[in-house]
Design a protein around this ligand. Structure first.
Ligand SMILES: [Zn+2]
Length: 144
């Protein structure tokens, strides 16, 4: 994993609350097919926390990851930027490639805390996980 292990007890209050929100969100996952529940929490530039859990579908291509549920909620609520992401799974999985690209739309870099359900925690970043993101269009470069 492209992430550094950190001590759960060494997390500051901001990370603890973000991880707690992700943990709570994980309990709301809809995973009748994989049984692999994921909880995510992003902190928007306003400081507000948005949570998500993965929501599966019988047509598996329609499944949406926890990170994207959280990001859609944040952007829908008018967040302009994302400041941090916490993600928790049974195994401590990092965001999938699709979610990394979605995150890059709203954050050039983003600290990412990954946790497993045994209390292990790792710290990584969007830049480390997705060093060559597909470039987003800057609004400043368009005529609109
Ligand atoms: Zn994903």
């Amino acid at each position: 994993m492209n992430a550094e292990p950190v001590s759960l007890g060494g997390l500051d209050d901001a990370w603890r609350s973000l991880l707690a929100a992700a943990q709570e969100a994980r309990g709301r996952a809809y995973t009748p097919y994989s049984r692999f529940a994921v909880g995510a929490a992003v902190r928007g530039g306003s400081g507000r926390i948005y949570t998500g859990a993965n929501i599966e579908n019988a047509s598996s291509g329609l499944t949406v990851c926890a990170e994207r549920v959280a990001v859609w909620k944040a952007i829908f609520e008018s967040e302009q930027t994302l400041d941090a992401l916490a993600l928790i799974t049974e195994t401590g999985a990092t965001p999938c490639g699709a979610c990394r690209q979605v995150l890059s739309e709203f954050a050039a870099d983003l600290p990412i805390l990954v946790a497993d359900t045994q209390g292990r925690v790792w710290m990584t970043s969007l830049a480390a996980l997705l060093p060559d993101a597909f470039p987003r269009v800057s609004y400043a470069e368009t005529d609109q």
